[in-house]
Write a protein that binds this ligand. Structure first.
Ligand code: LLP
Length: 465
């Protein structure tokens, strides 16, 4: 369809409707490196088409279709390496597979020297099938099934993170019946209110994860675990939540975890050798977010734990962390084709794309903010206030709530939403029987499908009639 075939829609109105926007960027063609994967650039010799990993997005759309998650492999590897290097050899970095897991990703992590955190039998199977050594896998979850626990112990996972009193007994029993002694950590809640969305805050006591430190419950859990032959208690685990920028929550958590280590030493004469501070480090979804670099985080966390241990006269335990979003989040964008454009006078322009809440539920679920850009060409048209919506039968099907896009946007244009590497494909659904998009890895001018697009045959195969 020609660009002039649709009304341009309201321009940047003098009085903006209610929303979260801070006004259009000076130049909508600019791609803020904070939110885009490292190899993303706009090619001004080719009408301003955006390229990633040396391939332009029009070629990617022709080859792989839209919508598609496009993942910059070099960026992923560099971020993984930056975390590994920042923490050095006296600490472990477990990539949180829930953010996004595929066999290619497992291989990259293995090659870059990271460990892996899994939280279901499916994630464990993916990790093992891609050759991650079992002793570099941590198994999480608040309700692991007997068969999941059995498979994990049989495979020889490096640690199981225990999350309840029942699980302490269950894991000990299964390990013993398999003739093994399973290394475990005990996940506690330290009572920190992390400043993030309620659904992704996990260290306050009123929630399903962990065993509360308050009231002596965590100490009792350790007491029981230490008595069981099937368990080797190697440490304490705390994860305070996700998309956190403020380090003070980690500081309080470290203080309280070390306090528990000290109590354990005093009561049992045992110094537990490990402490895991979880993941949760925030990334930039929009230009307003200012995430910390891995080396700053490593320095801060190591200093906090060392200081707390020194004052408690404890040997500093081996630290581990579990970043998911901070590694994979910024490495991918979702590429969509614009289908319809609906200007609503005095309000905003609704831009419908060929995906939506089935490939990115985060906006609907957490009020997440994203940015968006026209990527198939440059445009110097006036900015228009837009809402990028999907194709689902639900009015909450919003991908980007408030964004500025060029006023000459037209059906057939490609737009991209950056920073969708974490928790978008992994939380994707088949709502309305919309097919889940592929994940396409790009590197050195080549594109490779690492998770293929779902097909109608896939849907019908599950529907046994
Ligand atoms: N470790 C544990 C024990 C966790 O529960 C999580 C995340 C992580 C590490 C990794 O957190 P990250 O570094 O990726 O923030 N679906 C939500 C996020 C849920 C996170 C659950 N646990 C979202 O889309 O924001």
């Amino acid at each position: 369809m020609s660009r002039s075939a649709h009304p341009a829609g309201p321009r940047h109105a003098d009085v903006l409707p209610e929303g979260h926007y801070s006004g259009p960027a000076a130049d909508l063609n600019e791609l803020d490196p904070k939110v885009w994967a490292q190899t993303v650039t706009r090619d001004d010799d080719a009408n301003g088409v955006v390229t990633v990993g040396g391939i332009d997005v029009k070629t990617l759309a022709e080859r792989h279709g839209t919508p598609a998650y496009v993942l910059d492999e070099d960026d992923f590897r560099q971020r993984a390496r930056a975390w590994r290097t920042a923490f050095g050899h006296d600490a472990d970095v477990f990539y949180a597979g829930k953010a996004f897991l595929s066999r290619a990703v497992v291989r990259w992590l293995h090659e870059e020297g990271l460990n892996l955190d899994v939280c279901s039998g499916g994630e464990l199977a993916t990790a093992l099938s891609a050759g991650m050594p079992a002793d570099r896998i941590a198994f999480h979850g608040n309700n692991k099934s007997v068969s999941e626990i059995t498979r994990a112990i049989e495979a020889g996972v490096g640690r199981i993170v225990l999350d309840s009193f029942q699980e302490i007994v269950r894991v000990a029993h299964i390990a013993q019946s398999l003739g093994k002694r399973q290394p475990v950590q005990i996940r506690i809640t330290v009572g920190v209110e992390a400043h993030t969305h309620e659904f992704i805050a996990t260290a306050h006591e009123d929630q399903k994860f962990g065993i509360p430190l308050a009231g002596g419950q965590a100490a009792e859990a350790v007491r029981r675990a230490l008595q069981l032959d099937g368990l080797e208690v190697i440490g304490i685990h705390s994860h305070i939540g996700s998309q956190i920028f403020d380090m003070s929550g980690f500081e309080v958590a470290a203080h309280r975890v070390v306090g528990l280590l000290k109590d354990i030493r005093d009561e049992h004469g045992v110094e537990l050798p490990e402490i895991d501070l979880g993941g949760g480090l925030g990334i930039a979804y929009t230009s307003d977010d200012d995430p910390r670099e891995p080396h700053e985080i490593a320095k801060a966390l190591t200093e906090i734990v060392t200081r707390e241990c020194d004052s408690a006269k404890l040997r500093t335990p081996r630290i581990s962390v579990e970043p998911g979003r901070a590694i994979v989040g910024p490495t991918a964008f979702t590429l969509y084709e614009v289908g319809t454009i609906k200007p609503l006078d005095g309000l905003r322009t609704y831009v419908s794309v060929d995906g939506g809440m089935s490939d990115n539920i985060r906006t609907a679920l957490y009020d997440a903010e994203y940015s968006v850009a026209l990527v198939s060409r440059r445009s110097d048209a006036e900015p228009m206030l837009a809402r990028v919506v999907g194709k689902h039968c639900e009015s909450g099907d919003i991908v980007v709530k408030d964004a500025f896009l060029p006023g000459d946007l037209a059906p057939g244009d490609l737009i991209a939403v950056p920073a969708t590497g974490a928790y978008c494909r992994s939380m994707a659904s088949n709502y309305n029987h919309v097919l889940r998009p592929p994940v396409v890895a790009v590197k050195d001018g080549e594109s490779r499908v690492i998770v293929r697009r779902e097909t109608e045959e896939d849907l019908l195969r599950l529907d046994v009639g």
